[in-house]
Structures are given as C-alpha cells and as structure tokens.
Design a protein around this ligand. Sequence first.
Ligand SMILES: [Zn+2]
Length: 177
Amino acid sequence: MARTITFLLLTLLLSCQPKSQTEPAPKQYSVPAEVEPYVQAFLEQVRQRNISVPSDNLIITFGQTTGQDVCGQCDRSAGKTPRITLKADGDCWKTAFGQEREALVFHELGHCWLNRDHLKTQFPIGAYVSLMNPDDVSVYATCRYPIGGDVCDKRPRRGYYLDELFDPKTPTPAWGK
Ligand SMILES: [Zn+2]
C-alpha cells in the first residue's frame, strides 16, 4: 500500500513540473576564435572514433573559475547548453604551450561533451592514468620543468591520453607499467 501511495505521489510530482524545466534550451554555439582550433581538433578525434557529441551546443568564455579545476570549468546541467569557462591569465592560457592549451580544452570537453568525471588514479611511475585527473592537464605536454623522476617531454604520450579520454577501458601503455 505504502508503495502504491509513493508511486502515486511521484507520478503527481513529476506531472506537476512546469513545462520550462522539461523543454531543453535552444542550442547555442559560441567559442572564442583562439579556442576554436582546439575544439576543431577535438572534433577531429571524435570523427576518427566514429562517436558523436553535441557539437552544435557549446559556450566557451574566458573568465574566473570557481570549481575544482584551476584553469577551467565545465558547467553542465540537463537541458542547458554546456558552458566552459577558461582562465585567461598566466600558465593557464596566455603563456601555456599549445599542448597545454589543447589538453585544458580537451579536459573540459571531456566533462561537457563526454560526460566524464574526474579520475585521480596514477600509474606506478606516478603519471596520471587520465587527462581527466583534477590536478594536472600537462600529462602530454612538452618539457617545462623537470619534476620528480618521470620523463620531462611527455608529447609521445598524447596518443594514449586521447584514447583513454574517449575510452576509459584503454589498456595501460608500456610506459605506465
Ligand atoms: Zn575537471
């Protein structure tokens, strides 16, 4: 009986939701010109992998971030255009290398278009398993400062990190073992 009442209440609640909450907002696409090449590079990866993303629905702006990621932030909620905010200053964008900019945009698109959450796991050598780690998007960047015992120029790892971004079941690469 209690179950039936709960069910009835739920049905009632769901059917009472105002229409504006269930209808998705119109699609929008607005990306700064200097970020666009990285979004296009992401879409090239999407095409190569025969998957689909809502590529006509995205807003990217430069501004202050408030979330967990230091240099960027993805706000995604059902029915709304995914919104990425990038921090323009310093190492985040202005003085960042190409691979670092790409990796930042790819990380945020990982949240916004691939619906991925953060993954903190590390390989035994200390390198992150995923570009979706919350601390460091320079996982496949060229050498800036040698840190710890890991190699400094990580560009050869790009292929693995992009595979993992689109498929978290990607096997551990030889350098991660
Ligand atoms: Zn993140």
